[in-house]
Design a protein around this ligand. Sequence first.
Ligand SMILES: Cc1ncc(COP(=O)(O)O)c(C=O)c1O
Length: 495
Amino acid sequence: MSTSAQDRAPDVTERAETSHLAEAIGRILPALERFTRYEGVDPAARQRAAWQERLDRPLPERGAGLEGTLDELAEWVIPYGLRNGAPGFNGWITTAPTTVGAAAGLASAVAGSQRWWLQSFNHLEAVALRWLAELMRIPDDWQGTFCPGGSTANLIAIGAARQHAFEGRGVDPARFGVPAGEARVYASTEVHHVVVRAAAVLGLGRASVVAIPVDAIGRIDVGVLRETLERDRAAGVIPVAIVATAGTVNTGAVDPINAMADLAEEFGTWLHVDGAYGLFGRLDDRVAPLYEGLERAHSAVVDPHKWLAAPMGIGAAFVRDRSLLGRAFTLEPAEYLEGAVDTGVDAVSPFDNFGELFHDFNLDQSAPSRGVVVWALLREIGAEGLRERVRRHNDYARRLADLVDADERLELVAPPTLSICCFRYRRDGLDEPALDRLNAEIARRLRAETPLVPSTTRIGGRFAIRPCYINPRTTVDEVDGLARAVRELGDRIAG
Ligand SMILES: Cc1ncc(COP(=O)(O)O)c(C=O)c1O
């Protein structure tokens, strides 16, 4: 590979290679291909001394050049990467991208490095948001926007709710901040902690999030929610939003959206649906009725980097009132932006027109093209392919629950609603702390001795092993294998 910039003009001293992309990528492709076969024992933690020593060098004064850098990438970085795409990884609600997702991510980095301007990647932002909305049956006039993930998506939605609550009281919180006084966000004890952080960042304060208890399967207790709203109304508290979680991170429970929409209406407040993980569940007919009422909400979020297996960094927020969202997040005019295009002309250059605009609806001005990735993922498998995946994964959780039920040494800790199944090993005569310790040891040994990596959680104080099936590479073998391995390890450890 030669240095093209230097070939081109002798006065150019740029040292970074700017061409030969196919050759460069070809150089690391075998390592990437090998990595995605996930063969053998995961070497990342075991061999960390070797790769850390190799990689943790002082800042180089002289660069290693393209070939040297790519070779190091292939030999010392890629093989020790994160194997969360391996079939046995069913821990967090994230996975590695499928092939087309990785390819589209590369295309985005190279040919769509900004989502602005009159070009294909910009257009695909809008197309992909429309497709996502259609899949989830989110009304088509809601404003969608891509963002880095569920954390930001929830912040955007709660930011719009804040705008709604305070504008209704004559104050623009985006301009003047949140007035003193009590404002609250209502969510269940199972709400994801990013919602609590969003309240902190938005100036409402973490303490503004009221944790409403849940029922036996993890859904918000609507009776307690109503009592709390009534009590707070009498005390003059401002209700900023009610948050329904459609697919809790612990158990996959779906809050009763319709009943919560009734309360939002009655108390004149905003209903937000956090479906970062579970909104895709709507594609499974058997659980689709749980999502009724979504169209009555004011905002909803879903993360393509979860069940859709997009590369990390793709969430989406949808807000019913576009202009309100704009007032909450407008970038405000800037001459270097507004003065940069002549919107009056019939565009002949992509830079004559900003294209579909999203910067007023989220936190980023510059942002990568994420729509192309979502578009590619859906273009490849269609709605049908995603429906099959969601159904298959929900089936896996039910299959595991059946295996657990059939084994007297295993016990369900929370029945699956979607694709999460929480269970544990049990042994008569062991008290709860001892069972917790035993199951924690089983989880540790699973990671050390098998390719199976579920995560763990606590449900009602009890330690549970918690696989979450969203990984397209997982098969029924990993499901059956997990029940078997937990049983065998438990027998071995408990003696
Ligand atoms: C229900 C729910 N909301 C929000 C989040 C946060 O999403 P992210 O990790 O993409 O920021 C998650 C992550 O698992 C989640 O499950």
